[in-house]
Design a protein. Sequence first.
Length: 260
Amino acid sequence: MRRRVAEPEAGRDGRSAGRGRRILLLLSGIALFAGFIALGNWQIDRRAEKLQRISEVNARVDAPAVPAPGPSAWNRVGTGRERYRHVRVTGRFLHADETLVHGTSRRGYGYWVMTPLRTARGFIVLVNRGHVPESAPDSARLRGMMRPQGTVTVTGLLRRSRPGGGVLRSNDPAAGQWYSRDVAALAAAAGLPADRVAPYFIDADARSDQDEWPVAGLTVIRFPNHHLIYALTWYAMAFGVVLAGAFLWWSEQRRPRPDA
């Protein structure tokens, strides 16, 4: 009769530890796979939201101009639902309170000409009348820049205020150096009544006489949409977890087994 040899305690412990490691790796792989899939799905949802937002903005830009929001509707501006809406406003420019704001357009580096307009409806709105080159802001102010007089009607895109300054430089009202179109700060520096100034500005539409300064209609509407790339990256990482798991299983199957 064949005698059964008892399995050494160390062998049983080693197999138990190996089984525990495999279970831990399996659970970790499942968690990683689920996490990467969830992140990929999240990016797909973000992409759908971004495409919807782009569609809405394009519809606003291409729509006929509507009256610019008055004081009763200013609370909606901060939500972004009015952003890039094509609007019109009638009034008189306050050229004495005009401000040049550093900025770049497709014509190069220069200044945005921000001019308050007192509307026929009683409030004031800052209008970005266009861009002047960096090389000639002073001469533009003195002789070369078009300055409409009397009652005018302006059409353009509604833009939200840009407080603070540029990426690396803050606005310096005391020195007259502006790097962002901060409506509240520009209005305060010009001494305009804060409660009558709209919390947005208008990027004026292009004019027929674009050879004169300032050059209008240079708004760039750009919504980066890389969510599909991000989603594919997360899905690829999830697939990588599957491949790694399959390789580990294959390696385990090829590992020599000790004789019973």
